[in-house]
Write a protein that binds this ligand. Sequence first.
Ligand code: MTE
Length: 317
Amino acid sequence: MRKHIFTTDICSSEITSRTLFESRRRWIQGSVASLAALAIPEGGVESRDVSKFPVPIDANKSKFSSDEEQTSYSDVTRYNNFYEFGTGKEDPFEQAYRLKTDAWKIQVIGEVSRPKTFDMDDVLRLAPIEERIYRLRCVEAWSMVIPWLGFPLSKLLNAVQPTGNARFVQFVSLYDEEQMPGQKSPVLDWPYTEGLRIDEAMNPLTLLTVGLYGEVLPNQNGAPVRIVVPWKYGFKSAKSIVTIRVTEKQPSSSWNLANPKEYGFYSNVNPNVSHPRWSQRRERRIGDFLKRDTLMFNGYSEWVESLYRNLDLTKHF
Ligand code: MTE
């Protein structure tokens, strides 16, 4: 594991101007702009053929879904944080074509009675795919509304039978400098890691995610499988996961290692606890001009506040 030598804050770049987007769009071969049809995204180098999607794309909309206006496919897939492909917001869109997602394997190990290495077919057989339209609130104070496709992570964890010592879950993203040139820079400890308490991981909101907008996950959004934890800041939702490790002790996580004073293990969306360098009271929904109030637990209190009844959220931010 590489040791990082400096820290950056996630807040490093601004949304690229529309003109630049337009010129890039013209540059991308085979680009098809058809936002009118939701299931037919704009084609880009990263888009994967919907016909390859091995599950029904008319998945049931889950009761946990938001009915707010969805962020455009273009913003969801071109304004990303995925430092393995660079720290700029458009770097993942431009660089993530390097990621090879065929023959992907995800191993589930640690405090489990039945450790197993799953290929993507095994994963997709575990449970029916649901559409979950979730708010994603980034620690940088912007947010999106994204129609994810996936199923509760609990289905995967139950399949490997956590032992009595299982208290936490760690997610480990792929480490491969050839495919992920951003890993040549020591901006974070690689591979990217994140973690949850086991009860957070088992919460029905925590989504093992394989798609968005009716298609397989574009590479820049964490193909072929990522986690989405909608009541926590976006960096908790690790992308392109190869290992899920169930542990007894609280696992390390990349942003917490990089700067523990700024990025806590819990990182629940909380308008009452400021980031040391900026307020978390308000956020800008990508595509909106005006800011809006940030909601406690990103608006998911109903389902998650009981997880933190005995926890001082100012201390455990
Ligand atoms: N996972 C990995 N492996 N590497 C990353 O840099 N960035 C995180 C998270 N997961 C990141 C990651 C951050 S900071 C955010 S806000 C979300 O991914 C962004 O997800 P999106 O680009 O699909 O919107």
